[in-house]
Ligand binder design. Structure first.
Ligand SMILES: CCCCCCCC/C=C\C/C=C/C(=O)SCCNC(=O)CCNC(=O)[C@H](O)C(C)(C)COP(=O)(O)OP(=O)(O)OC[C@H]1O[C@@H](n2cnc3c(N)ncnc32)[C@H](O)[C@@H]1OP(=O)(O)O
Length: 302
């Protein structure tokens, strides 16, 4: 699946600005592009990719500090990195994790949702849809190694993965807290949650805007495994190894079959969903609520 129009334009702008695939990364000199030694890492500004072509796996580390919020730039760079891996036959699986201590992702970037114009909201929501669709329909095995708090849009990313492993830390809550902010999750994200934890549990989780700490997250099934923090990466890689043992074509066709109806319901109604979002987010009452919330977040330290 290729990047959608608006996201592609932004991706091109980022590429022109030289935002991606530069080295050295983390201060370590790297072989020149195309060096082909199989160990080269690549990165754009906000996503660090550590490939292991021998295993067919790459680790994507979200590194958009302080909280990996889903800004347009971050989502675009993430999708560029994902597409690069998908186009490379060497890679069949991706572990998604965070490089920001204590936070997997804080979800939608609230500064993108406050005080902007309708065209911006439309572009932003299209990018969110694209992020979800591209992850949800990815050919590759996706394992989320959740090493931090994972609310709302962070949970959206994790829910698209085939497996979620959560580090056992009481601060690392996961869930869709939108109603607590006075907003409503889009129907396709609701469907994604229902597919994961069932209808009744989703009703409670969504209406109450529940954020589950590890033991509850495991019990309700929003994550598949909870492991000690220091075992998160190794567990994610061994889960991946199990999935990689399945022939790709059969696994992927099965995944596509299981997910088609949920994805199609968004694909068929993308424009209407964007219009709904723009109307909703432009309301004075919603703007006020979000602004107060953002202010509170900013004042937390003071
Ligand atoms: C009819 C159709 C209608 C459709 C409507 C659809 C609406 C959307 C629906 C669903 C999808 C998803 C929605 C969302 O994702 S909304 C965002 C929800 N996220 C949150 O509420 C998380 C908010 N953040 C936090 O709780 C904390 O920051 C934290 C727990 C993640 C991390 O805590 P801590 O480490 O203590 O960091 P700080 O709180 O100090 O934050 C640092 C810094 O970052 C800023 N910040 C935090 N979160 C966000 C964010 N989501 N967007 C933008 N900026 C954020 C924070 O303000 C601080 O900034 P600074 O003071 O300037 O440093």
């Amino acid at each position: 699946m290729a990047l959608a129009g608006g996201v592609r334009v932004r991706a091109r702008a980022l590429l022109r600005a030289g935002a991606q695939f530069r080295g050295p990364v983390l201060g370590r000199p790297e072989p020149a592009a195309g060096g082909g030694d199989g160990t080269r890492r690549f990165a754009n500004l906000r996503v660090l990719v550590e490939p292991d072509p021998a295993a067919g796996v790459a680790v994507m580390k979200l590194k958009s500090p302080p909280v990996n919020s889903l800004s347009l730039e971050f989502m675009t760079e993430f999708l560029i990195s994902l597409e690069k891996l998908e186009n490379d036959k060497a890679f069949r699986g991706v572990v998604i994790t965070s490089d920001c201590p204590g936070v997997f992702s804080a979800g939608l970037d609230l500064t993108e949702l406050c005080g902007q114009n309708p065209a911006h909201y439309a572009e932003y929501w299209k990018a969110v849809q694209e992020l979800w669709l591209r992850l949800f329909l990815s050919n590759m095995v996706l394992v989320a190694a959740i090493n931090g708090v994972c609310p709302a849009g962070g949970c959206l990313m994790a829910l698209t993965c085939d497996v979620r492993v959560l580090a056992d830390n009481p601060k690392f809550v996961i869930g869709l807290k939108e109603t607590q902010l006075g907003i409503v999750v889009p129907f396709w994200l609701k469907d994604n949650l229902v597919n994961t934890i069932g209808h009744r549990a989703s009703e409670h989780a969504l209406q109450l805007g529940l954020l589950f700490p590890p033991a509850e997250a495991l019990q309700v099934g929003i994550v598949d495994q909870v492991v000690p923090e220091d075992q998160l990466q190794s567990t994610a890689l061994s889960v991946m190894a199990r999935w990689m043992a399945i022939p790709d074509h059969a696994r992927h066709l099965t995944k596509a079959m299981m997910r088609k109806a949920t994805a199609d319901s968004l694909i068929k109604h993308r424009d209407a969903d964007i219009q709904n979002f723009v109307n909703f987010i432009s309301r004075d009452s919603i703007q006020k609520t979000l602004q107060v919330y953002l202010q509170k977040l900013k004042q937390k330290k003071g």
